[in-house]
Each structure stands twice: as C-alpha cells, then as structure tokens.
Design a protein around this ligand. Sequence first.
Ligand code: C2O
Ligand code: CU
Ligand code: CU
Length: 492
Amino acid sequence: MEPITRRVALRLGALGALGVVVGGVGLSRTGLPWAALPAPLRTATRGSETLTEPEVVRSRDGLLRVELVATPRETTIAGRPARVLTYNGTVPGQTWRVRPGDRIEVLLRNELETPTNLHTHGLVVSPRDNGDNPFVSVDPGQSFEYRFDLREDHPTGVFWYHPHRHGTVADQVFGGLYGALIVEGDEVPVSRERVLVVSDITLDRDGALASASTAQVMMGREGDLVLINGQVRPELTARPGERERWRVINACTSRYLHLALPGQVLALLGIDSGHEPAAREVEQVLLAPGNRADLLVTTRGGTSELRSLGYDRGAMGMMMGGGDLSGPAVLATLAVSGDEAAAVGPVPERPADPDLRNRPLDERREIAFTMNMSGGMMGPGRRGMMDLGFDGRPFDADRVDQQVAAGSVEEWTITNPTPMDHPFHLHVWPMQLLETDGEPVSEPTWRDVVNVPANGRVRTLVDFTHHPGRSVYHCHILDHEDAGMMAVVDTR
Ligand code: C2O
Ligand code: CU
Ligand code: CU
C-alpha cells in the first residue's frame, strides 16, 4: 500500500485529526471522531414548491477537502415526515465542483447501521488504496480517508458520488445517499446553471424507508416518489429567451429516465464524460441508472413539464410481473414568463473527444450478463430468487474475472441474453461505443454506463492506459449489483 504522505498527514493534523492510524486491512483510517458538520435540514418539500439546490463546495488552489458524514436523519418529503439516509444531513449531499488536475480529499464517517464506502462514479482516477477503491468497507462508527487525484487531461462533465459497499449499495442509494460532482473547464455562456439530481424513494406510512421484496430486487426496485434534489415535482422559473445549463444525474436505484421537456428547446452537450462536438438539439434523452446528461435549455414563454416519457426495460416473465416499471412521470415544471432576456454569447466549439480506433487493439473479450434459475429456488424463502452475475458466476471480490495488461486498448463486447435490459458500468476506465444493439456508432462516443438491451449487445473500446489496479464492472440496477451482478477487472 501507499503510505499516507507527510504532506497529507500534516494537513490533516492542522485540521484537528490528531491521530492518523493505519488499519488492519492495510489502508489508512482515522481513529478519532471528527465533529459532524452541522447541516441545516431541508424543510417541507411538498409538490410545486420552488426548486432548491444542494450546497456547493468547490476546490481552491487545486484542492477540494470535504468531510462526508453518512447519517440517518428526520426530514420532510412531499410534506410528510421522512426518515432517510443523508450525507451531512441533506438529500442530495453537497455538490462538489473541481477542475482537471485537482485533488479531492474526503473524510468519510459512517454513522449508519450498515457498512458503507465511497465511489466517485465516472472519475478517471486510481482504484488503488485510498483512491476510488470499491473493496474498502467502512464499518458503522468508523471513518476512512479518501484521496482522488485527477489528471490534467481529466474529462470535464457531470459525475456523482455514492456508496459502493457490495451488499448495501441499493438500500443506501435508495435511502438518499448521493451527490453531484462537476468537473469544470468547458464553460458555456448561460443565464443560469442548475444541478438536477433525480432519484426515487418509497416511504411507508410512518415515513420509514420501505424495504424491497425478493421480486423487487430481481426486477430492480423503483420508488413511489420521483425526486429532483430531494423534492417532489419542484417548480423552476425563467424568463423567455434564456439559456440554462442543466446537469442531470440519474441517481435512481433502478429506474430509467426518458427525459423530455415539451415546449422548450433542449440541446445535448454530452452524456457521462462524452462530449458532443456541438450542442445538438434533441427531443428526448434516455438515461439509464448511473448516466448523466449535460443539457442546454433555451426557454420559450409558457409552462412546461420536465417528464420522463417511460421506458420498457423488459421483465422476468410471469414470475415477476414486470408491468409498469420506469413508467411515465412528471419530474418538475418550468414556468417561463416575463420580459425577453438579452441573448447570451454563442456556444463555443468544443474539442473533439479522442478516438480509440486510431490506437492498436491489444485484446478482445466478450462478457455476458447472466440470470440463472437458482438451485435453491424451490426452497422456502427463496421463491423467485435467481443467480445474478456475469458469465454464470456471481461476484467474488477475491476472484479476478478479467486480467488486463496496463496500457492496452481492448475491445469489450457485452452481451445480454436475459429478457430485461441491464446498464453496464465500468469503473475508472471509460468506454468508447462502437456498436449499440446492431447499430454502428461513427462519432467518438464515450460513456461509463451503457445500456445493454434485453437479448442485445454492445461493442466498446476500453482504454487501460492510466490507473492500473483492481476495480469492478457491474449492472447499475443497484439491486442486481448487490445480488451478484458484478465482477473484478485487474489491470497491471
Ligand atoms: Cu455508480 Cu459502481 O457505480
Ligand atoms: Cu461507478
Ligand atoms: Cu441488471
């Protein structure tokens, strides 16, 4: 392991961590309590209230330092009391804003009843040691220090952070643990920028988090309430002729979002860390769980609804029901009125994303999502249970499923012989799409989550030039991930 540097230790010392001890698993841990940041609780969130946004923290002199306390809180959702999970007391957690070349240091403190950890989804950073390491487990009452170093050529765009401790991910994300992470550096003149974190949640009559049934786990649970920044159907206001930049994150545990904003002009700047060469007008945008969109909205007078149009993500047949998964929903309203706004400057041209097709190919592999009837299916309590995994095997943190040579470019074909869609997500190493469901992709198109349709396949190129180490790929229907649809890739 890489020992914690003196510089970091000193900085921590100056901030009040008196003892930095090295834990038994070979990773640095802090042994002393850090005071939880007193964070104001969000008050009433009934339908048609004004949209609020998470507090923003940004890097200074190349460093973003945050204390992140995962803790249950009483709050209000849709005007009703709710007992949810929060980062520093709010849902979503703070928005982090950084730039390429920055360092992010996070002191994560677990005040939950279950183990947790932290993942910086989409960041191209080291998976080792105290980096974006999905094998870390932080027990209740414990803390862990993370450190993420972004290279100078790190892609700009919309990213996010959430827990990634195998076995508790879906419950914790569903419960409210997520936040936005923006890598700046591709500014566009706009009248306003908004961060919209979309999530879903189910609360019982007493405001407690509902747990998922076996059938819901197999299908991927969806919440009764769809939230934007923790609010039900908030209202946004603007003047006509404005240009807004919307950073939208699909933080739902399993729900697909098929976004549309009828009556307004919507243009796509990018998805995940992929950039459109020029803002491209679109009618709708499909975001699988984990995907993000960087959008421009040019406003026109009138009131519009931000909707999810609904998306058929398949079903497991008669056993599971399926039915109205990822059905249509209204997420927010946008009321545009008043005097026409003065025009803002043109959208600058954006540098083209790299094209891996210009690099020699080192290896090809094929990876299949699998859902097999479980041997114990007929046993009591296992009715409807299936074995979820890749290539017929459930996740095993001690097994390496793909051994990759550091520095190589590989072609990965992901097949999905199951009757439902699965969003394929690879940590650390972004994918360039070559073919999605039979259609070739000509422009360089980069994603870290790509939907693989039922009975379909996706062909991608993966760049393993930077950040050797051990990490994972998985289904971003987080119930599937927890149930074993995850595997280990080791680069060295
Ligand atoms: Cu957003 Cu491995 O996850
Ligand atoms: Cu991720
Ligand atoms: Cu899945």
